[in-house]
Design a protein around this ligand. Structure first.
Ligand SMILES: C[S@@+](CC[C@H](N)C(=O)[O-])C[C@H]1O[C@@H](n2cnc3c(N)ncnc32)[C@H](O)[C@@H]1O
Length: 319
């Protein structure tokens, strides 16, 4: 029944669908032992076993992944920090201080570790945003969504690119992941009907991000009927999903600058996992994927570097 909530049905207003989804995710909590989670603060040496509770690991993804058992995760739904866009306020975060090539490399290295923990028919949904080169500007205009958290400086223009070039970060990453052995199976355009206006006058206003579907092997678990498009057609590759307003009642979720819509995470989890399967987010942020996994009766594991956000996840889970 929960899965019907996420259908891309033409019936009902988008606001109504998000409201119902929000009430399932937020109201679907329970206090039984099956809903308790284990919090692990790195460094920790002893690995977790297959039957452990849901786990929230505070530390870098590249280290946290080493604790998870081989082939224990069915699907990953994740959004790493975007290159040079947001400051998550902690040392060792990826995307802030590293050059573009280093950013791509660190995600590829982490994804090599994800491959070990994925089941052989497992998949990854990877949401990444793009950005523009700085040209001659070294400052960045304030982030309209969260003025406190935009990067204050822009990195130098990467070699081979020109001022004002769209960098193509998602595709650079996708090609690198293909080269490292992943199957690149789909490019989904997450279209944001409520995208912010932009002040630029020499290109269209950006209103989308990319979500890649990657698989560990050629064949993988994918439920074609789990989510249907309008008129019961098969789901297409353009998904209209509004960004969701961050509200104080969501346990301080407004303190995280890049929260994924519940609807987007729910769609991905529903298509590539079954109830009881393990869902992972190695860059968990405010914990959207984990909350959705729990509401959909999946097991879950999350890794987040910034302990302030780990606390935020725990507040959202306890809400
Ligand atoms: C785009 S946000 C994820 C948002 C999340 N999808 C949500 O809905 O809240 C990326 C997160 O990755 C975290 N992060 C940065 N570097 C990391 C690393 N090396 N390991 C784990 N998490 C990291 C940041 O602190 C940030 O919270």
């Amino acid at each position: 029944m929960a899965e019907r909530l996420f259908q891309d049905s033409p019936k009902g207003s988008p606001q109504g669908r998000v409201k119902r989804l929000r009430s399932v995710v937020m109201g679907g909590r329970a206090t039984g032992p099956q809903h308790e989670h284990l919090r692990v603060d790195l460094p920790r040496a002893d690995p977790l076993n297959e039957s452990s509770k849901p786990v929230l690991i505070a530390g870098p993804a590249e280290e946290g992944l080493d604790l998870l058992p081989d082939r224990s995760v069915q699907t990953v739904v994740t959004s790493p920090p975007y290159w040079s866009l947001r400051d998550y306020d902690i040392d060792d975060q990826i995307g802030r201080d590293d050059a573009l090539a280093d950013y791509v490399k660190s995600i590829v290295v982490t994804f090599d570790k994800i491959r070990r923990v994925l089941t052989d028919d497992g998949t990854v949904w990877l949401n990444v945003g793009d950005s523009y080169t700085s040209g001659n500007r070294r400052y960045r205009a304030p982030d309209r969504k969260n003025r406190a958290r935009a990067m204050r400086v822009r990195p130098a223009t990467p070699e081979g690119l020109k001022p004002k070039d769209l960098i193509g970060v998602p595709w650079r990453l996708a090609f690198a992941l293909q080269d490292s052995g992943w199957w690149l199976r789909s490019e989904v355009i997450w279209h944001k009907p409520n995208a912010h206006p932009e002040s630029v006058r020499d290109r269209p206003t950006k209103a989308h991000e990319t979500v890649f579907l990657l698989s560990k092997n050629k064949d993988y678990y994918y439920d074609i009927d789990a989510i249907r498009g309008p008129n019961d057609r098969r789901l297409r590759t353009v998904w209209d999903i509004n960004t969701e307003p961050r509200r104080r009642v969501d346990c301080g979720v407004e303190d995280h600058p890049a929260v994924m819509p519940l609807t987007l995470a729910a769609r991905c989890v529903t298509i590539t996992s079954r109830p009881g399967d393990m869902v992972l987010d190695p860059y968990a942020g405010s914990g959207t994927t984990l909350l959705v996994a729990r509401a959909l009766d999946r097991r879950w594991a999350g890794i987040e570097l910034n302990p302030v956000f780990v606390d935020l996840i725990e507040r959202r889970l306890a809400q």
